[in-house]
Design a binder for this molecule. Structure first.
Ligand code: SF4
Length: 288
């Protein structure tokens, strides 16, 4: 059940008094309750277009130059911010240039380098095994298909789609925690399983847009539609979102929730005064 529908069910109980925020959310959810599959597809594509206009700077935030480097960075990004990964990878990439370098890595040395990224023992293990598997199965090169990638140690479907979309130009949908939360809030899916979400969204959005859509949805999740308090009153998707009202809908409190270097532009795109965005929001570091 989507977040909007869950809230609708919750606040519809007769003994529960609806707050004004919850009442807005109920109205928003009701507006889309009878939506047909074709209506949902049309709305999803319109929202994807607005997201493209809202986040023209969306991109893969992991630094890399080769497919192997992206695979390594993506493995390191588990339970770690992209910013922290980008601080560590210059050292990693300088010392380990090929699959053979990872395969032959001194475990203690690599663990020490990876320590700041968390889960460093498991990540070291994955990188050494990845190097060995690439040497054994693919002449030391990273393969460019989903099936071959997910068969490698340390690479799940999410990582494989990141690699395909950003290193091989093969369209891929990356279902991370932001993507999962947002597409449920958008009412595109009512599903928590990442693989099912991937297939459902693939059916709504044209294939050529999958990779960039993933970046844009993730940017929206980091900058506007936060997990605990989304900036609904400062969101360019508000009129198309059945979860409008999950966060504050008044301009001033919503503007305070915007984050990232383009927070003022985001406010303007949502039709509210950019001056309402506090300076701290603009310079605040990106959330994980
Ligand atoms: S921030 Fe935007 S996308 Fe997120 S719930 Fe609110 S209106 Fe919907």
């Amino acid at each position: 059940m989507s977040e909007a529908r869950r809230t609708l069910a919750r606040v519809s109980r007769p003994l529960v008094a609806a707050s004004s925020g919850a009442a807005v959310l109920v109205r928003s959810a009701k507006r889309f309750a009878g939506e047909t599959p074709i209506g949902r597809k049309r709305r999803a594509r319109k929202m994807a277009k607005v997201l493209a206009e809202t986040h023209p700077d969306a991109h893969c935030e992991l630094d890399f130059e080769t497919p192997l480097q992206l695979a390594v960075a993506t493995i390191l990004s588990a339970q770690c911010t992209d910013k922290k990964v980008n601080e560590v990878t210059p050292t990693v990439f300088a010392r380990y240039r090929t699959a053979a370098d990872y395969a032959a890595a001194d475990r203690a040395q690599l663990e020490e380098i990876l320590r700041p990224t968390g889960f460093f023992r498991a990540k070291t293990d994955s990188l050494i095994k990845l190097g060995q598997a690439l040497l054994e199965r693919h002449d030391g090169e990273l393969p460019g298909t989903l099936d071959q990638l997910v068969a490698l140690p340390g690479i799940g479907r999410k990582t494989a789609n990141v690699i395909l979309g950003n290193a091989f130009d093969v369209p891929g949908i990356t279902v991370d925690t932001h993507f999962r939360r947002l597409v449920n809030r958008f009412g595109w899916v009512q599903e928590e399983d990442p693989v099912k979400i991937e297939f459902l969204v693939a059916d709504l959005i044209e294939k050529r847009d999958w990779t960039m859509l993933s970046h844009r949805v993730i940017f929206h999740g980091r900058r506007v539609c936060h997990a605990r308090k989304p900036a609904c009153g400062a969101c360019a998707l508000a009129t198309m979102c059945p979860s409008y009202g999950t966060g504050p809908t008044e301009a001033a409190p919503a503007a305070k929730l915007l984050k990232g270097p383009r927070a003022r532009e985001l406010a303007a795109q949502a039709g509210i005064d950019p001056g309402l965005v506090p300076a701290a929001a603009v310079v605040a570091p990106e959330a994980p």
